[in-house]
Design a protein around this ligand. Structure first.
Ligand SMILES: [Zn+2]
Length: 363
């Protein structure tokens, strides 16, 4: 089969490799649509972000190596021994971070807290290839009302569902979202159907603000024109929002907000309110902990998504309660265009992309 392999940072080549061998409790699947996550696209370019050191080491010791590709829609070709939930022909999507199934947490039914298991695309080969071997515990059926390109967004959406659950929104809470990229828009829509009251979103791109309004934000503020903190305070009677989702932080070279959006979140949330840290920053930074303490702020980080979160994404999208199509701005035909998808996703602002660029692999 053809598979994209990394020989180093910025060095991705399509090679002929053997179709991987099917194992018990795994399926062999043909890849229909795959997209790099923003983190993967940045790592591929050698940008310091989440998991940079681990990827660097794998490249130094194992290259050429199949990396990344945990956001996908695939069709099952063959099932291994012990697979009970799937059969050949089924269309499936996956969650990425898996429990190890062999530690005290996993053995006591708390596998959602386990951090020892593999991540698809990082420790396990992902889907930038014609075929992939995938563990059954990662997978969910894709409803027929969901297209292949939408299904490739379900992994990211399951992380967004987990983020919103972490926020424990109460009915009527005012909720602000700093950043309206794909995860910001996903979290916003999920919060909206989970009881949020007034919804205020912030981005620096007119096109993202327009999509945000279309998908249900009550107010979409362009931070290049208006002070987002002042606007959020104005719209919440001067106190600040009950909950602020920080979905904008990260490398400024890739069009992200740096660490400024964390300070903005702390200023835009009411005392005793919650900040949900959805973004990744890539390196440590200084934080005014005394301000967090003084204002009794809760700076929370999302739980990892479970199979239940992933299954919930299917019902949300199939029923039209969360809409992905307006976010899918770039879909490329043919697996030879994978490097182009990485380039677009690594710099979405420049390409006016909202969702990562997708690749239809079977064309
Ligand atoms: Zn475990």
């Amino acid at each position: 089969m053809k598979a994209w392999r990394f020989y180093g940072f910025n060095d991705l080549r399509m090679d002929d490799v053997p179709v991987p061998e099917l194992r018990p409790r795994h399926v062999l699947a043909q890849v229909l649509v795959v997209q790099p996550s923003v983190t993967e696209a940045q790592l591929a370019a050698g940008v310091r972000t989440l998991a940079y050191e681990r990827i660097k080491k794998r490249l130094e010791t194992e290259a050429p190596v199949q990396l990344f590709g945990h956001e996908f829609c695939v069709r099952i070709v063959e099932v291994g021994a012990g697979v009970t939930r799937f059969k050949p022909g089924d269309r499936v999507a996956a969650r990425a971070k898996l429990p190890c199934e062999n530690c005290p947490l996993c053995n006591s039914g708390a596998g959602h807290l386990c951090r020892k298991g593999p991540i698809i695309g990082f420790q396990l080969p992902g889907c930038f290839a014609e075929y992939a071997i995938l563990p059954e515990i990662a997978l969910t059926h894709v409803d027929e009302r969901i297209s292949d390109v939408e299904a490739a967004c379900l992994q990211s959406l399951s992380d967004s569902v987990a983020s919103v659950e972490t926020a424990e929104i109460r009915i009527g809470d005012s909720v602000a979202f700093l950043g309206q990229g794909s995860m910001g828009l996903e979290c916003m829509q999920i919060a909206r159907v989970s009881g949020a009251g007034k919804i205020i979103t912030v981005d620096v791109r007119d096109e993202a603000c327009a999509i945000s309004k279309e998908l249900g934000a009550d107010y979409a503020i362009n931070a290049t024109k208006d002070d987002p903190v002042a606007a959020i305070r104005d719209l919440t009677g001067g106190n600040g929002a009950d909950i602020v989702f920080e979905c904008a932080g990260g490398s400024p070279a890739q069009g992200m907000a740096g660490v400024k959006s964390v300070a903005q979140a702390m200023d835009a949330v009411r005392s005793g309110g919650k900040i949900i840290g959805v973004s990744w920053f890539g390196s440590p930074f200084e934080l005014d902990v005394d301000l967090l303490r003084e204002r009794s702020l809760r700076y929370l980080f999302p739980d990892i998504s479970t199979l239940a979160h992933l299954e919930h994404t299917v019902s949300l999208v199939a029923a039209g309660r969360v809409r992905l199509k307006p976010m899918i701005t770039h879909t490329l035909d043919g697996m030879e265009r994978v490097p182009e998808a990485f380039a677009i996703t690594a710099n979405k602002g420049k390409h006016k992309a909202i969702n990562p660029a997708q690749v239809r692999m079977q064309v």
